[in-house]
Write a protein that binds this ligand. Structure first.
Ligand SMILES: [Mg+2]
Ligand SMILES: [Zn+2]
Length: 237
């Protein structure tokens, strides 16, 4: 049996994807469309068809990147937005003492800008970085993992970090290819888009969602259900 205290206050870690999850649309794809046209999609599709991921295609996409930091920020301001209920979800996590962090295989420039715009800049995040030197853009991936080798930021590493930090319950929320590595390792998984299709193909249990209004509505019961499953496991021992 789990004890009464952990029933009341489970130590929940929430790992949340950024593009198309915390943000309404995929901001990186929007920026690539805006500054490169649609030719970049072929580069990505070719890499994916070969079983490769972002460590292969990201340096190619940004090789002759035509925009400055300021030009990117301007387009981010014009075209990108957080899910309208995401700030409410952040507040919900805080009220309940849940640890929330963003795990992104996108870029720091727009994550930082959009979070700051909503006064959410204290949410920790990991992502790739775009660095400008002598007017040229370069991609750095400080959260690459040797054990994966495919993702610029292998998000499974953050699930493992949560386990090392003795998280009671790890919740993962995502929508895309870069969320596949962590998908099977969380206790509760919210999935939409490509990630949901991947979960269905691979028999990974997932809660479908459309947006953060859904996540807010479904979250309390998801955690309660997880706690009940622990109690059942405990009583069967
Ligand atoms: Mg995404
Ligand atoms: Zn990975």
């Amino acid at each position: 049996m789990v004890n009464q205290a952990s029933h009341l206050r489970p130590d929940v870690w929430v790992l949340c994807d950024f593009d198309g999850t915390a943000s309404v649309k995929d901001v990186q794809n929007m920026l690539l469309d805006h500054f490169l046209g649609t030719s970049w999609q072929e580069v990505v599709n070719t890499a994916l068809a070969e079983g490769l991921k972002s460590t292969t295609y990201m340096p190619l996409l940004y090789k002759n990147w035509p925009a400055s930091r300021e030009e990117m920020i301007q387009i981010i301001d014009e075209k990108a937005a957080l899910d309208p209920q995401f700030p409410r979800f952040v507040a919900y996590c805080r009220e309940n003492g849940y640890h929330l962090e963003i795990v992104s295989d996108g870029l720091d420039i727009y994550i930082e800008h959009l979070l700051t715009k909503h006064k959410l800049e204290d949410i920790p995040y990991t992502s790739n970085r775009i660095v400008f030197e002598d007017g040229k853009a370069q991609i750095e991936s400080p959260f690459r993992s040797e054990s994966c080798g495919l993702c610029g930021n292998c998000k499974k590493q953050r699930v493992l970090a949560a386990r090392r930090a003795q998280a009671g319950c790890v919740v993962y929320i995502g929508d895309g290819i870069s969320d596949e590595c962590p998908a099977g390792y969380s206790d509760i998984l919210f999935a939409k888009g490509n990630l949901l299709a991947y979960c269905r193909e691979n028999d990974i249990e997932a809660i479908p969602f459309r947006n953060f209004a859904d996540v807010l509505a479904l979250f309390p019961e998801a955690v309660a259900g997880w706690l009940r499953s622990l109690t059942i496991q405990g009583s069967q021992k």
